[in-house]
Design a binder for this molecule. Structure first.
Ligand SMILES: [Zn+2]
Length: 357
């Protein structure tokens, strides 16, 4: 993620802190110390650093359970609105997903429990009965902060923890896609609730509401897309009726060809073997620089993910997205079977989902 600083590694997981998070700490310190004096400023700073340490432990809870299932954790990032564990592949197994998700809030409740026991044991005069983040005692404040963090996270607002738990529970009985859509809809209702409540009580909730709403939609879409595309193979979607071009042709010939077809990108084929793809963008780019003399081989793109005809459409989409291409050859050992485009994959997903309805 951009604007995040690496701070170390724990259990093999890189830990990063987002720059805006440091700005938030500076802001809290500045406001508190100028309004309430230097002691209050210092107290708030320590308090918030400790809270974010608890948020970090919460994320570590998710990550360690995920690791125990053999999943890879790309990193843990601390943001002002909380932490994110970047688990490379969230399992489609509802039981594992629920276990990974429950571990986060469970850590907060565990910390709260420990603080309560130790606080009561060591400082019998401490008052835990009143909900407060400003009791003046760091133990009591942290206790309540963790109780709130735990409770807040189990609100079933997908993609927050509670929403993921809800999705996992629904997915034990129903299809994964359907469960995701349902959880996302519940999430959006909660998000609107957060925004409305936020207007009256706490502007922080407005931010979280906006975040939950937009990520509920985008995560649900991504899940629907990948689950749909897992059911089809690339050979059922690839374009097989296309024109090819040879590496020694001039660009002017390409322009001519493209005027007579719907095709945007041309596979470059030499002696019956696939050698690259000429994309519309690279043609336009060359023409803009008036490179009319250019030959196809000068600007054809050669590094493409190699996609096999029997690959799942979902795999193709992931491979194309991670190498930032919108088109890729479907080939085996240099023999070209067809071309596949991101547009085609998205279109197929839409069609299949409409059919399901
Ligand atoms: Zn969590």
């Amino acid at each position: 993620m951009r604007w995040s600083l690496p701070v170390g590694k724990l259990f093999g997981i890189p830990i990063r802190v987002h720059l805006t998070f440091l700005l938030l700490l500076a802001f809290i310190w500045y406001v508190e110390s100028s309004v309430q004096g230097p002691y209050a400023g210092f107290y708030s700073l320590i308090f918030w650093v400790l809270i974010f340490f608890c948020v970090f432990l919460h994320e570590l809870g998710h990550s360690l359970v995920a690791q125990s299932y053999g999943l890879k954790i790309a990193s843990i990032i601390l943001l002002p609105i909380g932490g994110v564990s970047q688990i490379t592949e969230i399992p489609r197994d509802p039981i594992k997903e629920v276990a990974i998700t429950v571990a986060g809030p469970a850590v907060n409740f565990l910390i709260a429990g420990v603080l309560l026991l130790f606080g009561k044991g060591l400082f019998p005069s401490l008052q835990f009965s009143e909900i407060s983040l400003q009791s003046g005692s760091i133990v009591v404040d942290l206790f309540w902060a963790n109780v709130m963090l735990g409770l807040f996270n189990i609100v079933p607002a997908y993609p927050m923890d509670g929403g993921r738990i809800l999705r996992g529970l629904i997915a034990m009985k129903r299809e994964y896609v359907e469960a995701t859509k349902l959880a996302a809809d519940v999430g959006k209702v909660f998000a609107i609730g957060f925004i409305i409540i936020g207007f009256f009580y706490n502007w922080w909730l407005i931010l979280i509401g906006i975040f939950v709403f937009s990520s509920a939609s985008s995560e649900a879409e991504a899940t629907v897309l990948s689950s749909t595309l897992e059911k089809i193979e690339v050979r059922d979607l690839m374009i097989t009726d296309f024109k090819t071009i040879s590496p020694d042709e001039p660009l002017t010939a390409v322009v001519d060809k493209s005027l007579h077809t719907f095709q945007n990108d041309f596979p470059v084929v030499e002696d019956g073997r696939f050698v690259g793809i000429l994309t519309r963008t690279s043609v336009i780019e060359s023409l803009r620089h008036r490179l009319h003399e250019t030959l196809v081989k000068d600007i054809a793109k050669k590094d493409f993910p190699s996609i096999l005809p029997e690959a799942k459409a979902a795999e193709a989409l992931t491979a194309m997205r991670s190498s930032h291409v919108t088109v890729a050859p479907v080939e085996r050992d240099g023999t070209l079977y067809g071309i596949i485009t991101i547009e085609k994959l998205l279109e197929a997903s839409d069609l299949l989902n409409d059919k399901d309805k």
